[in-house]
Design a binder for this molecule. Structure first.
Ligand code: FES
Length: 575
């Protein structure tokens, strides 16, 4: 049967002649829809992560209206629904703790309802991977419309990037180089429009990777949130999803190993957030695709960093859009991409980006003159991280990439906060700051504690970067020589738990190693004396999280959410 003649899934609810059909139609009529909406129009869910508590997504109700125009005009029937939303600056202990919960909400909302296809509206960091993971597991035709970055922040005629410049000016304030008044002015100047963070943080990275995966229309990711073209592409996405239902173009036909490899390649080329590695690993698990961490490193080694965007580079996301955005990056790298990968447009990546033109080679650098010839983010192994760790070299100090130093250990975030600025802290510029209990189980929820502040007394001496290591994450807007995601984490007895102040640690980025220079005998003694801390939760979602979360090298998804070989069982409708 041609795809266009397949019976619509929504007709199982609305097309029936029995009592259930009556009930399903009658309640929908309560919203004022005429009977024509039940006559074979594809029902398109608009999965909206709008929330006033997720400021980066607060404009998505307006974007949803543009999507609806497109769905109606293409002959579909749009129905907007909310899901959990994850506001990065606010959620305690970390949005990462709730990414899987939102992904479950998205998956089950799609699966349970009378939908034929879905438009995913996202923006803030975790909302994009949560929707991709949920939609991948539900596997109905799906297209993503990202919310777009904010306009640039401007303070006293200087550009101010979300997050990246907060960390920079915070250090300036602590070092006494700017005043409290200036600090307040910067606060008012940075976030001046709707949209997500406008550096290459996790939101800009994940939305760019959604496009690289083939899940958005071409050119969607980088359009500023307030640009009229954001609403135009939302409308076109609404039109397109109706066609996708007819073509039965589902995520399982788009999110393939090749698509994942394309996303990793683009991630490395744009100097993407380290968080992308966790999210792509989780997505691979949802798809049943074995995608080892080593593959990230292999692709990293052969991919130049070409996006000159903060925190790795100089410019902001608005500049990336004006320069041509993700299509230019992909067109420039096409010989290293899987050009034949299918996308939501119904065409391949190669067809989508053919002829993409760069309008500013200072922002999207030529391959021959990159920001860094390779290795935007590298994967490390060693006796401190037997299952892996990551380091974003494009945002690190080059002179620290090969470094040995004495550990200064903080047992957890509270300990860090209490002592980092103490004049008595025994630390110098060569020290290695070590943070324990920052991982998925230990923190819990693996917050972005990893870019520990430089101790105030060293800041005053002009120290700008140090080697810092932890099992936590860091904000994609951050920078520095910061080793993250050490697996297994300290809270489950990983080797990081055994480090003591004064131990020697060696970071060998060229050799992709991170080692604790302590004898095996001594480590065995310490291991025998180590005791796990009491779990943070004994009930509720927190307990589910602690019981089921996988380590960072597996993407921190829940073990029971990964794809299995058993086919989905169709359950009967009831009312
Ligand atoms: Fe939402 Fe940065 S806080 S993207």
């Amino acid at each position: 049967m041609p795809d266009s003649q397949r019976p619509l899934r929504s007709q199982e609810w609305f097309g029936r002649k029995d009592k259930l059909g009556f009930l399903h139609r009658s309640w929908m009529r309560a919203e004022g829809f005429p009977g024509t909406v039940f006559e074979g129009k594809p029902v398109i869910g608009i999965c909206n992560s709008w929330s006033e508590l997720t400021t980066c997504n607060a404009h998505l109700r307006g974007v949803a209206e543009a999507v609806k125009r497109g769905v109606w005009s293409a002959g579909g029937f749009p129905l907007e629904f909310p899901t959990m939303s994850l506001g990065e600056p606010y959620m305690r202990p970390s949005t990462m703790m709730f990414r899987n919960l939102m992904a479950m909400d998205v998956e089950e909302s799609i699966r349970a309802n009378p939908l034929d296809g879905v438009v995913l509206l996202c923006g803030c960091d975790k909302t994009t991977p949560a929707q991709l993971m949920g939609a991948a597991s539900a596997d109905l035709p799906a297209i993503m419309v990202t919310g777009g970055p904010m306009l640039k922040g401007i303070w006293r005629n200087q550009e101010v990037g979300s997050g990246t410049d907060v960390w920079r000016y915070w250090d300036e304030l602590r070092a006494g180089r700017i005043s409290e008044e200036e600090w307040c002015e910067i606060e008012c100047s940075m976030s001046r429009s709707a949209g997500h963070c406008m550096v290459m943080g996790t939101a800009s990275t994940m939305t760019s990777l959604a496009e690289a995966l083939g899940m958005t229309l071409t050119g969607c990711a980088n359009i500023p949130a307030v640009d009229s073209r954001r609403y135009e592409i939302a409308q076109r996405s609404g039109e397109r999803i109706v066609e996708m239902v007819g073509e039965d173009l589902k995520p399982s036909k788009i999110l393939t190993r090749e698509a994942l490899e394309n996303a990793v390649r683009v991630d490395m080329a744009i100097g993407g957030s380290t968080n992308a590695i966790i999210h792509l690993k989780a997505l691979a698990g949802r798809l049943g695709i074995a995608f080892p961490l080593d593959r990230f490193d292999e692709i990293s080694r052969e991919t130049p960093v070409v996006a000159n965007i903060r925190p790795s580079g100089k410019h902001l996301m608005e500049d990336m859009y004006y320069a041509g955005g993700v299509p230019v990056v992909m067109n420039d790298l096409l010989d290293r991409l899987h050009g034949g990968a299918m996308t939501v447009t119904g065409k391949t990546i190669a067809e989508n980006v053919a002829g993409a033109q760069c309008h500013n080679r200072e922002v999207l650098l030529p391959r021959g003159k990159p920001l860094q010839p390779s290795g935007g983010t590298v994967i490390l192994y060693g006796n401190l991280c037997p299952q892996g760790a990551v380091l974003k070299t494009s945002a690190a100090a080059e002179n620290l990439l090969q470094h040995s130093g004495k550990a200064v250990v903080f047992e957890d975030h509270e300990d860090l906060m209490a002592r980092i600025d103490s004049p008595d802290l025994d630390v110098d510029a060569t020290s290695v700051l070590v943070l324990k209990n920052g991982g998925p189980v230990g923190a819990p929820g693996m917050p972005e504690y990893g870019n520990m502040s430089i101790p105030a007394k060293l800041l005053k001496e002009g120290v700008e970067d140090m080697v810092r290591i932890s099992d936590a994450r860091m904000s994609g807007t951050s920078y520095g020589t910061v080793v993250l995601h050490i697996s297994p984490e300290s809270a489950v007895g990983g080797p990081l738990a055994l480090v003591r102040t004064g131990d020697a640690i060696r970071l060998d980025t060229a050799g992709r190693r991170l080692d604790l220079l302590v004898s095996d005998e001594e480590l065995e003694k310490r291991r025998a004396a180590w005791r796990a801390r009491e779990p943070h939760y004994d009930r509720g979602y927190g307990k589910l999280f602690l019981d089921a979360v996988l380590q960072a090298d597996e993407g921190c998804d829940f073990s029971f959410l990964r794809k299995t070989s058993r086919p989905e069982k169709k359950l009967p409708l009831a009312f």
